[in-house]
Design a protein around this ligand. Structure first.
Ligand SMILES: Nc1ncnc2c1ncn2[C@@H]1O[C@H](COP(=O)(O)OP(=O)(O)OP(=O)(O)O)[C@@H](O)[C@H]1O
Length: 310
């Protein structure tokens, strides 16, 4: 395991911000940490980055104990806080060279390293721009480059997509996919699930300091309700599709939606595949048949509903 927490807990005075957190993240995986504001995501990430000491339990990064061997953990981790300041009067190159120096990268190697990093985060064209003149999306990407200067095995990214417009989010996601392809283990937090669904191997949902769901995106999405929200779009024979769906024992709460239907499917993957085959046999010109993405948000709301309310 690259990251492991064992009965991890954190108290701030009287407030128990994190309770009995047990996580195991394998090498090369992207783990999405989801929860509303104040759930304990940042607290966990700060502990794993050695910037905050836990009150209970243990945490390990690349086999190093965060409390006993923080220097080794820091060499293994690139941490991006949810808010970071950028310095005025520094260009993107100078900014990254400064951090490369802080990580004791030899001066002779810094220029080439910074060039590579800027290319990775699509900022080569802004190398000599002042950092405070960059857009929010570009600053986020520069922040990502900053936490890569020492080539860490693990990236811990606290809400990296917050405050970004859709295009900037997509750009960030593409870069994260590249980093995943390079074998990095990534923990990324968000208070919205759909944003992470595509990127993550596993997700954990945290609420009031407790992990309340943990597993693959698919497992967590279907866990609570035991059913998945589906969407069908078709070009022709929609009336036939409607009749077929309405008569299926697996389909519930069928509604028309954007040139097709939305419905809840209660059944196995095999039964899902058979239903699609029946639609095709009826000459329904299917252009989309799959999970209704937007609804992952509903799942999140359903899972977290009532947690922490006595
Ligand atoms: N330094 C601190 N002192 C006291 N309480 C704190 C401190 N930092 C965080 N908390 C509290 O601990 C709880 C967890 O906060 P945390 O920042 O870990 O949540 P989060 O899930 O990261 O939320 P956000 O998305 O808002 O950052 C919250 O109730 C918060 O108010």
């Amino acid at each position: 395991m690259v990251i492991e927490t064992v009965h991890l807990g954190k108290r701030y005075g009287n407030l128990q911000a994190l309770t009995d957190l047990n996580l195991s993240i394998e090498p090369g995986k992207v783990f999405g940490f989801i929860g509303p504001n104040g759930a304990g995501k940042s607290t966990t990430m700060l502990i794993l980055s050695t910037l905050l000491e836990q009150s209970e339990g243990e945490a390990f990064v690349c086999g190093y104990n965060v409390r006993k061997d923080p220097a080794s953990v820091r060499q293994s981790v690139g941490y991006m806080p949810d808010f970071f300041g950028v310095y005025d009067n520094l260009t993107a190159v100078e900014y990254l060279e400064f951090y490369a120096g802080a990580y004791k990268i030899p001066a002779s190697k810094r220029r080439a390293l910074v060039g590579d990093l800027l290319e990775l985060v699509n900022l080569s064209h802004k190398a000599d721009a002042f950092v405070d003149s960059l857009s929010r999306g570009m600053q986020q990407r520069l922040g990502l480059a900053r936490c890569l200067v020492h080539d860490p095995a693990v990236l811990i990214l606290d809400e990296p997509a917050s405050g970004l417009d859709p295009r900037a989010r997509i750009e960030l996601r593409e870069i994260l996919k590249q980093l995943r392809g390079m074998g990095k283990t990534i923990i990324i937090s968000s208070h919205v699930l759909p944003e992470l669904a595509e990127l993550c191997d596993d997700i954990g949902v945290i609420e009031k300091g407790r992990l309340i769901a943990y597993g693959s995106v698919h497992e967590v999405s279907n866990r609570d309700t035991g059913q998945s929200r589906m969407q069908l779009r078709a070009l022709r024979n929609l009336d036939k599709a409607g009749l077929l769906l309405a008569s299926s024992p697996y389909v519930h709460q069928l509604t028309e939606y954007m040139g097709g239907f939305r419905f809840y499917f209660q059944g196995t993957e095999q039964q899902k595949a058979e239903l699609l085959q029946e639609l095709l046999d009826e000459q329904v010109a299917v252009v989309y048949y799959g999970d209704s993405k937007k609804d992952l948000e509903d799942v999140f709301l359903a899972i977290t509903e009532g947690v922490g309310m006595e």
